[in-house]
Ligand binder design. Structure first.
Ligand SMILES: *Cc1c(COP(=O)(O)O)cnc(C)c1O
Length: 366
């Protein structure tokens, strides 16, 4: 038997979440953002579950190669464009759309212009306040015209810094205004909205939306309650089993540093999942873990994490789970325990936990 940990990926949940994006942004085309191995869900699962997207957006051109080799014929956007000039031939061959965010990339494309034999679409990135990638609004038109003259199909893109601040439209509004002014009168479609903007700033969608986290059923804010109304479904279930049980006496301590002290005689369950699997070491006592007899049952109970998470194991309080035994199944996150909840108890956001699921965790795609 293998170690019982598994990341189970529900491709129907993927398809459901994608259709929610379509409902929320019916006029827009969709770049399904699948960077970071599809936020830890695997490219295989993304291709299977999100196949009706208009395009996939990712970072690494090698991942675009993978998509083409596995039959994806729709569009592919390289979200940070090319990292080296020598990738241009490959990008053209793969028919990738390119983000262009810096002067070097513009120079490469100008030099390459007479070698272009297929259309190459450029999503020119404007820095409207995020101050990460992109051209300043005052330089934007000049760059746009240079690439337009060089023969590229030009589109406009920006990224919001504060779209997850719900009900604070001005934070998006000022970036939107800068963007609208700088692109006024220029041809080409627009791409603006990440998940947070799709959920909460519907005036800022643009022609191509770029949902990431919402496709995976987690919240842009890190709070599950913020997305409950959107009826998204968690796509990943991280699960494992109880591999040992200890009977503690009152006053016994658990694990490294003895962080948790048994307040009374109690049973604890030892679970095959640790930080080397991607479970956060910072998870506090009380982080919920679901324990049940069978993974699909609606029964089962939430047991609080107790003691520090170690590399390969974590420990839970079984006082609520009198019938838990070695071999009982647990959900670390999924539909019974929102990943956002585990993240909140670890002072982070669901994004980080999903992306950090370790390569040693087997993935099962259903
Ligand atoms: C990651 C990313 C997205 C997706 O963001 P979510 O918050 O996950 O929806 C969209 N656009 C760009 C440029 C990104 O890098």
């Amino acid at each position: 038997m293998n170690r019982p940990i598994l990341a189970s990926i529900d491709t129907q949940a993927f398809a459901h979440n994608l259709s929610r994006v379509r409902e929320l942004a019916p006029e827009s085309k969709i770049w399904a953002v699948i960077k970071a191995r599809s936020y830890g869900h695997s490219f295989e699962a993304a291709l299977k579950g999100l196949g009706s997207t208009d395009g996939f957006a990712l970072l690494d051109i090698q991942d675009a190669v993978w998509l083409r080799e596995h039959g994806w014929q729709g569009r592919i956007l390289l979200l940070e464009g090319l990292f080296h000039e020598n990738e241009l031939d490959l990008a053209q061959e793969l028919h990738c759309d390119l983000v262009v965010h810096c002067d070097a990339q513009v120079d490469w494309l100008e030099r390459y212009a007479d070698k272009v034999h297929k259309t190459i679409s450029v999503f020119l990135k404007m820095n409207t306040g995020m101050n990460r990638l992109g051209f300043k609004p005052e330089n934007y038109r000049t760059i746009f015209h240079r690439l337009h003259v060089a023969g590229y199909h030009m589109h406009h893109m920006t990224h919001f810094a504060n779209a997850d601040q719900i009900n604070q439209a001005p934070t998006v509004g000022s970036q939107l205004e800068i963007f609208s002014q700088a692109t006024d009168g220029l041809a080409g479609s627009t791409s603006l909205a990440n998940s947070a903007a799709i959920l909460w700033h519907r005036n800022a969608l643009g022609d191509w939306v770029r949902p990431g986290i919402m496709l995976y059923g987690a919240s842009p804010t890190g709070l599950y309650s913020d997305i409950e109304h959107a009826h998204l479904k968690p796509v990943m279930q991280l699960r494992s089993e109880i591999i040992d049980i200890q009977d503690l006496h009152k006053g016994d301590r658990i694990g490294y540093g003895g962080r948790f002290i048994a307040p009374e005689d109690m049973r604890i369950g030892i679970i095959a999942c640790g930080y080397a699997d991607g479970y956060p070491r910072h998870a506090k006592d009380g982080t919920p873990v679901w324990v049940g007899n069978s993974i699909d049952s609606n029964g089962g109970v939430i047991c609080p994490l107790v003691g520090r998470v170690s590399m390969d194991m974590l420990t839970v309080d079984l006082r609520n789970a009198s019938d838990a035994k070695i071999g009982s199944v647990v959900e670390l996150w999924g539909s019974k325990v929102p990943v956002d909840e585990v993240a909140r108890m670890s002072d982070t956001i669901g994004y980080e936990l999903l992306c950090a699921v370790a390569p040693r965790v087997p993935v099962s795609i259903k």
